[in-house]
Ligand binder design. Structure first.
Ligand code: ADP
Ligand code: MG
Length: 397
C-alpha cells in the first residue's frame, strides 16, 4: 500500500538518534492515580520499537490545559511513574529547562518524557521559537498522537516541517483504518449517525451524504429528521429550528444516491428514567403529545441489521438511543452486536468513534470486535466532517 506519509518502516538506523515522539499522555487522574491507562498503553508499540532499535526516545505530550503557564498540578512528572509501570521500563522525566543537557546524558534505548508542551504559550500558537526549541532537542520527529492531530500546534504540526517526520504505529493504524472506512472504502458503505443533536453533527451529516450509500440516523437527532417529515414527536428532544436543515440534508442525500434510514418504530416513555412504567414501543406516527422517543424500535433495528448485511463497510458515530439508561440501550447494543458478528465473519469493515459511542460499544461488549474503534474524540469527528487534520497533513510533507 502506498501512503502519503512515512512510517517507522521507512526509518534507517536510529541507533543513538534522538527521536521526538508526540504521544497522547493526557490521562484522567484521581488522587495521583491514573484511572484509565488506555492512552498510555496505546503508545507502547511505537515507544518500545524505537527504544529496542537503539533510539533515544523523547516523548512529547500535553497534559491538561495549563494555558501557557507552568502549573505543577499539570506537570507530566506526575505521569512518569504510572507510565513506567505500563511500559515495564524506566522512564526519565526531562524538565523543559535544561532539557538539552539532560538529554545529552541519555544512552541508546533510554526513554524520557519531556515536560508538558503546553507550559509554553508557543505550543498552541505554533510559534517558530517554540518549534526551534523543540527541534534542537531531537534528530527525528514521530507523530503518534492522532487524537491531537486536529490541532496545528508546535508539537503536533510545526515540528513535522522542521525535522524528518514519520507516523508512529498508533497513528499509522488509525489512518489506515479511517482510510478503509471513508477514504477508500469498499462499497456499499453504511454510516450510523446518532447522538443527541443534529446541531453538533451538521458537518458530519453533510459530508457523509456525499460519501456513503446508506445513512442511518438514530438518537435524538432522528427526531429532528422525523419532525421535518411531518411526524409529531411529542416531548422528544428535537431541534425544531433545524427541520429545514434536515430537509436539505435529505435532499442532498437523494441527489447523491444515498439512502437515508429513519426509524419507523420507536421506544417511548412519559418520563426519562430507567425502566419507566410508561414505557412502550409504537409506530413513529403514534407518539403521544406527552411522550418522548428514547430509542429506536425493534422493527427498525432489525431492518437496519438487514441493511448492514448488504454492506462491506460501516462507520459509526453516536448511539441510537439514550443508552446510559436501560432499556434505551437496546437498539444500540443489538445493532452493535450485529456489526461485530458481520465483522467477525469477514463481510464488514467496521470503524467507530466518539466518546459516548465507545462507551456504548464497551457496554455492548463488542468494542474489541470492531475492525477499529477510535478513542480520538475531536480529531475523529473532524475527520468524519471531511476536514484535513493539520497534524496529518504535515506528515504528508
Ligand atoms: P458521541 O460522544 O459518541 O459523539 P454524542 O455525544 O453525539 O455521541 O451523543 C450521545 C448522547 O446522545 C448520549 O448521552 C445519549 O443519551 C444521547 N441520546 C441518544 N438518543 C437520544 C434520545 N432519543 N433522546 C435524548 N438523548 C439521546
Ligand atoms: Mg458525546
Amino acid at each position: 500500500m502506498t501512503r502519503a506519509f512515512k512510517t517507522l518502516d521507512d526509518l534507517g538506523d536510529v541507533t543513538g538518534q534522538r527521536v521526538l515522539v508526540r504521544e497522547d499522555l493526557n490521562v484522567p487522574m484521581d488522587d495521583g492515580r491514573v484511572t484509565d491507562d488506555t492512552r498510555l498503553r496505546a503508545t507502547l508499540p511505537t515507544v518500545t520499537e524505537l527504544a529496542d532499535k537503539g533510539a533515544i526516545v523523547l516523548v512529547l505530550a500535553h497534559f491538561g490545559r495549563p494555558k501557557g503557564q507552568r502549573n505543577p498540578e499539570m506537570s507530566l512528572a506526575l505521569v512518569v511513574k504510572p507510565y513506567e509501570q505500563v511500559l515495564g521500563r524506566p522512564v526519565r522525566f526531562i524538565d523543559d529547562q535544561g532539557a538539552a543537557d539532560a538529554i545529552a546524558t541519555m544512552r541508546p534505548g533510554d526513554i524520557g518524557v519531556i515536560e508538558n508542551t503546553r507550559f509554553d504559550p508557543g505550543e498552541e500558537a505554533n510559534a517558530p521559537a517554540t518549534i526551534d526549541r523543540l527541534a534542537a532537542l531531537g534528530d527525528i520527529y514521530v507523530n503518534d498522537a492522532f487524537s491531537a492531530a486536529h490541532r496545528a500546534h508546535a508539537s503536533t504540526e510545526g515540528l513535522a516541517h522542521r525535522l524528518p517526520a514519520y507516523a508512529g504505529r498508533a497513528m499509522e493504524a488509525e489512518l489506515d483504518a479511517l482510510d478503509k472506512a471513508l477514504g477508500n472504502p469498499e462499497h456499499p458503505v453504511a454510516a450510523v449517525v446518532g447522538g443527541a443533536k443534529v446541531s453538533t453533527k451538521l458537518d458530519v451529516l453533510k459530508h457523509l451524504v456525499a460519501k456513503v450509500d446508506h445513512l442511518i440516523i438514530g438518537g435524538g437527532m432522528a427526531n429532528t429528521f422525523l419532525a421535518a417529515r411531518g411526524v409529531d414527536v411529542g416531548k422528544s428532544l428535537c431541534e425544531h429550528d433545524l427541520t429545514a436543515t434536515a430537509d436539505a440534508i435529505m435532499d442532498a442525500a437523494d441527489r447523491a444516491g444515498c439512502t437515508v434510514h429513519l426509524p419507523y418504530d420507536v421506544v417511548v416513555a412519559k418520563e426519562f428514567a430507567a425502566n419507566p412504567s410508561s414505557l412502550r414501543t409504537c409506530n413513529v406516527h403514534e407518539v403521544a403529545a406527552d411522550e418522548m422517543i428514547l430509542d429506536i424500535g425493534p422493527a427498525a433495528t432489525e431492518a437496519l441489521a438487514d441493511v448492514l448485511k448488504t454492506c462491506r463497510t460501516l462507520v459509526w458515530n453516536g448511539p441510537l438511543g439514550a443508552f446510559e439508561t436501560p432499556p434505551f440501550d437496546t437498539a444500540t447494543v443489538t445493532l452493535a452486536r450485529t456489526a461485530a458478528a458481520l465483522t467477525r465473519e469477514g463481510s464488514l469493515v467496521s470503524v467507530a468513534g466518539g466518546g459516548d459511542t465507545v462507551a456504548a460499544l464497551n457496554q455492548a461488549g463488542v468494542a474489541d470486535r470492531f475492525t477499529f474503534v477510535s478513542t480520538a474524540g475531536g480529531a475523529f469527528l473532524e475527520w468524519m466532517e471531511g476536514r484535513e487534520l493539520p497534524g496529518v497533513a504535515a506528515l504528508a510533507g
